[in-house]
Design a binder for this molecule. Structure first.
Ligand SMILES: CC(C)(COP(=O)(O)OP(=O)(O)OC[C@H]1O[C@@H](n2cnc3c(N)ncnc32)[C@H](O)[C@@H]1OP(=O)(O)O)[C@@H](O)C(=O)NCCC(=O)NCCS
Length: 269
């Protein structure tokens, strides 16, 4: 009898809590978002063969479900409890997400353990992160001090993204990178400190091979030198008016020679 009464009380308390959490329809909304988190696992991990596997074998999913609940409580203004739920989450999954962190739909944490997501982090939709990722602060900022990840960002295992930096849409961060500056859209960033190695599908730093207009540093240097000599000759003409004619004769001869030289350079371009 005692057990029945206790179970009844527990169910009533749970139902009451659910009703309270759902007073603005937000619990229902949260359940829909969790459904999309489950779908994200099936779409992005070939090892997830069915929904039962996704629901039972992914600590990343367990962590995000608990976070969605903690975040809902945080938004409803419940004191302390969201932080406690977050700590229980960390104890069970090894993933620490501050209840205030704003996380979009279809979020997938693969392999889980060692992930830390700070209080003012903002995450867009369809973001994937691997084990050991930190979305943290540098320790020097106040207020908004954690990263903002736009839609479709992927962050490799062990990468650290620190400070109030923006990782723009479709960007990839290589495993083990340390990112402390903004990351452009459609780019790949690797290393410590993280630098772009690919932007919009092209390797950064690779030669832009325009075979018909190759740069000619020798011709450029010659042109620049000749411009300066002519400027000097003109100044001489003003400074020594009695030598003006002689200077002009030398200038004419020089220009004829120069035309030949530039004709040669221009053929090469
Ligand atoms: C960065 C990554 C996404 C590849 O992106 P990509 O745009 O295809 O880049 P590439 O493979 O062409 O590499 C570009 C350059 O970055 C280097 N690079 C790639 N990944 C790197 C990394 N994690 N750290 C340092 N350098 C890296 C490559 O050696 C290459 O250098 P090079 O131009 O001097 O040859 C991938 O290497 C990676 O790190 N993925 C994370 C996967 C992960 O975390 N898996 C965990 C599974 S449990």
């Amino acid at each position: 009898m005692g057990i029945l009464r206790k179970t009844g009380a527990l169910l009533a308390a749970t139902a009451g809590a659910c009703l309270w959490l759902n007073r603005d329809g937000e619990l229902r909304e949260t359940i829909d978002i969790v459904r999309r988190d489950v779908r994200a696992i099936q779409e992005r991990d070939p090892a997830a063969h069915n929904m039962v596997e996704a629901l039972t074998c992914y600590s990343g999913l367990h962590a995000i479900v608990m976070h969605r609940l903690a975040h809902l409580m945080q938004k409803q203004g419940l004191p302390v409890v969201p932080r406690i739920v977050s700590q229980v989450n960390r104890f069970i999954t090894g993933i620490e997400i501050h209840p205030a962190a704003e996380i979009g739909e279809g979020f997938f944490i693969d392999h889980g353990a060692g992930v830390v997501i700070g209080e003012t982090t903002e995450v867009g939709d369809n973001v994937t992160i691997y084990q050991g990722v930190t979305l943290g602060g540098t320790g020097k900022e106040t207020g908004k001090r954690h990263p903002t990840l736009e839609d479709n960002v992927t962050i490799g295992a062990g990468a650290k993204v620190l400070g109030s930096v923006k990782v723009a849409r479709n960007a990839k961060i290589g495993a083990g990178s340390v990112v402390i500056h903004d990351v452009p859209a459609d780019s790949t960033v690797v290393g410590n400190p993280g630098r772009p190695v690919r932007e919009r599908g092209r390797k950064v730093g690779a030669a832009d091979v325009d075979w018909t207009h190759l740069p000619d540093p020798v011709a450029d240097a010659m042109r620049s030198l000749m411009r300066r000599v002519m400027e000097m000759e003109n100044e001489f003409k003003t400074a020594f008016p009695d030598k003006k004619e002689e200077i002009e004769r030398v200038q004419e001869e020089g220009e004829r020679e120069l035309d030949k030289v530039f004709e040669y350079f221009d053929k090469g371009e």
